[in-house]
Design a protein around this ligand. Structure first.
Ligand SMILES: C[S@@+](CC[C@H](N)C(=O)[O-])C[C@H]1O[C@@H](n2cnc3c(N)ncnc32)[C@H](O)[C@@H]1O
Length: 263
């Protein structure tokens, strides 16, 4: 893995390891089978080669492989890739796992489908790096291939925003979440405080929150065409009831004598 990036919060493996039970409870892991069916319905890929970018514990990679796809899962976090390998073994599916930063992974014209699921996009302090990721996704698609990005929606967030939330998790842990919008409504700063047996542990992270139009503009800048927005994976409108921001875009089919490239 190339190591010339400035260290940011997501480079801390302990963050992902300690939050794993809260981020990836069994229900969310099991839910990937339905999510992937919905993804396939929205994207209708022409072939069976899929890239799960920022695959984490392989939720969608494993579900795609069970649907007969040949899957490459890319992630930077060793701990999560180990979970992904374990889950693939248990499901008896073969998947290619690559440990690489999403700003660096690019495999030209290799995939029919490229996915970025469960808010794995928008992590970088330098927002131009988000465009680099989109350009990598575009370049990695075969002509005619489709890409789906699933992130938290700015419009949704503005509607339901609460600076503080608190809940008790099934194992008795108290989770307090604090949120702050900054940088002119472009980013959210989060703190998750886990209180267990009278001891508190705090985790901080921040990322860009995209509106539908902002994400569509960025995708078009990277070269995607026919960009459609949905408010959930079931294909609901990106309207006032939207719960997520789902963007689906296509790499144009190559025209004779003309290369497709969004850079
Ligand atoms: C919220 S998790 C989502 C995981 C997975 N997409 C899913 O649907 O379950 C975000 C993932 O992004 C990965 N990630 C964060 N920064 C990354 C980077 N710069 N390059 C590659 N992966 C990264 C993390 O390791 C984590 O697995």
């Amino acid at each position: 893995m190339k190591r010339n990036h400035i260290r940011e919060w997501f480079d801390d493996d302990a963050f992902w390891r300690e939050l794993y039970p809260f981020m990836f409870p069994e229900k969310r892991l099991a839910g990937a089978i339905r999510e992937v069916d919905q993804v396939l319905e929205l994207t209708k890929p022409k072939g069976k080669l899929a890239l799960d970018l920022c695959c984490g514990p392989g939720r969608c990679s494993v579900a795609l492989a069970r649907r007969g796809f040949s899957v490459t899962g890319v992630d930077r976090t060793r701990y999560l890739l180990a979970q992904a390998r374990r889950r693939a073994r248990a499901a008896r599916v073969k998947i290619e796992w690559v440990r690489e930063d999403m700003r660096d992974f690019v495999r030209p014209d290799a995939f029919d489908l490229v996915l970025s699921m469960f808010t794995s996009f928008g992590y970088f302090d330098d927002k131009r790096e988000d465009l680099t990721v989109l350009q990598n996704m575009f370049a990695s698609l075969r002509p005619g291939g489709t890409c789906l990005i699933d992130v938290v929606s700015k419009e949704y967030l503005a509607r339901v925003f609460q600076p503080t939330k608190s809940e008790t998790l099934p194992d008795g842990t108290r989770l307090v979440q604090r949120h702050e919008i900054f940088d002119d409504w472009t980013r959210i700063r989060n703190e998750w405080i886990l209180i267990r047996k009278g001891r508190a542990k705090s985790f901080r992270f921040h990322h860009t929150v995209y509106s539908g139009q902002e994400l569509r503009d960025r995708m078009e800048k990277a070269g995607f065409v026919d960009v459609h927005l949905y408010g959930d994976l079931g294909g609901g409108d990106y309207g006032t009831n939207a719960q997520r921001l789902i963007a689906v875009g296509r790499k144009p089919k190559a025209r004779k004598g003309k290369a497709t490239g969004g850079r």
